[in-house]
Design a protein around this ligand. Structure first.
Ligand code: PLP
Length: 387
């Protein structure tokens, strides 16, 4: 209740500050007098990502979309080339490659963790397949051993879409550090945020120099600033992919508390899980698999309802009580641009089914135990009414 005795609404997501975000922004403006890109705070973010995650080079971008677009340019893809990816993902995973003229080839996902089904990879490959993009949905790792070994045997580049997966691990390695490239997002709906924001992790050092050029409008300005060339010029394709220092300053303050953010979100995840488990035992709904909890970053808590109608009913019921729960992707293979620019490899049964039945419950850093408990109680109420 608020001061007026009204029930407080529970949003799906709420952006937050954890530390010195606003202080660092003031420092960038007042002390450094540097608010365009690649100032002190951007460099601190690069260092944090490189040292914490273990990658040869991290470059901040203005979004994960931008990081994916940079990766697509670095792969030298063109018309006729194919890129294999799940259909159950955000549009940017495919769009980045379509912008280069390449064709996205959609593969179905696994039932258990909703990531690309590695057993369906081989059937999707052709002599034109140049890259594969595993998407670590909900911060849960794809089957990277199998994907990496298929990619290696076929000479394909691996680009991890780790937009949701900062600090999640797979066999001890951080997600985003196993493929040639990893793409992170700091959009306000992700775990660690800067409003809009992202990073390209370059795990294969051979791509570092060209990545710096592509990010700086196709110029060798980075080498100029390091004193390696005496003037800078246009040397390659590129665009302006770097964020302002204001974003870097906000982000660095968040990165300083990244472990705490993940710990908090995992605790919320666990609280949901414990209290909803009896409903899963009664087979009224399905919960995310427990195995992934240990290595995942608590990015998302979803449930799988028994039908589309039941999901619609539950969304409506929660909304009437001022709780915002939302479904997720419209599969790319059935969306207008996906049909125009891409093709499917095999059946999309799991993708279609899951996109009808998946529902994401509210989960944000400042969510209180009481708020979690209220959502849980409403879900229980709903299921006791439908039986
Ligand atoms: C959020 C997200 C993106 C896009 O991130 P932006 O930073 O908003 O560009 C890409 N892929 C996946 C899987 C995402 O969840």
């Amino acid at each position: 209740m608020d001061q007026n005795g009204n029930r407080k609404s529970i949003p799906f997501n709420r952006p937050f500050c954890v530390g010195k975000e606003l202080y660092y922004i003031a420092q960038a403006v007042m002390v450094d007098s540097h608010i365009s890109g690649d100032g002190r705070f951007t460099k601190l973010c690069h260092k944090w990502l490189e040292e914490t995650l273990g990658t040869s080079k991290a470059l901040l971008t203005h979004s994960c979309t931008a990081a994916l677009e940079m990766a697509a340019i670095l792969c030298d893809l063109g018309p006729g080339d194919e890129v294999v990816l799940p259909s159950f993902t955000f549009v940017s995973t495919a769009n980045a490659f379509v912008l280069r003229g390449a064709t996205p080839v959609f593969v179905d996902i696994r039932h258990d963790n909703l990531t690309i089904d590695e057993k369906l990879l081989e059937q999707a490959l052709t002599p034109r397949t140049k890259a594969v993009v595993p998407v670590h949905y909900a911060g849960t790792a794809c089957e990277m051993d199998e994907i990496m070994s298929i990619a290696a045997s076929r000479g394909m580049i691996v680009i991890e879409d780790a937009a949701q997966a900062l600090l999640s691990t797979y066999n001890g390695a951080y997600l985003g550090t196993m493929g040639s490239f990893g793409c992170l997002s700091f959009h306000e709906t992700k775990n660690v945020i800067s409003g809009e924001g992202g990073a390209l992790l370059i795990n294969d050092p051979a791509y570092v120099e060209r990545a710096e050029i592509i990010r700086e409008k196709g110029t060798n300005r980075c080498r100029f600033f390091r004193g390696e060339v005496d003037k800078y010029s246009w040397v390659d394709l590129g665009s302006s992919f770097l964020p302002s220092e204001l974003i870097g300053a906000f982000l660095y303050a968040q990165l300083e508390h990244a472990e705490q953010i993940v710990k908090t979100r995992r605790a919320i995840f666990d609280r949901y899980y414990r209290q909803l488990e009896p409903l899963a035992e009664k087979e009224l709904l399905i919960l995310p698999i427990i195995a992934s909890r240990r290595s995942s970053n608590g990015h998302m808590f979803y449930i799988i309802t028994r039908s589309l109608e039941e999901r619609t009913g539950l969304i409506r019921y929660l909304k009437e009580q001022d709780v915002s729960a939302i479904f997720h992707y419209v599969p790319l293979h059935s969306s207008p641009a996906g049909r125009k620019y891409g093709r499917v490899a095999g059946r999309m049964d799991v993708t279609d089914d899951m996109s009808d039945r998946l529902l994401r419950l509210p989960l944000y850093f400042e969510m209180t135990d009481k708020e979690v408990d209220r959502v849980v109680e409403l879900v229980w109420d709903f299921y006791s009414s439908v039986g």
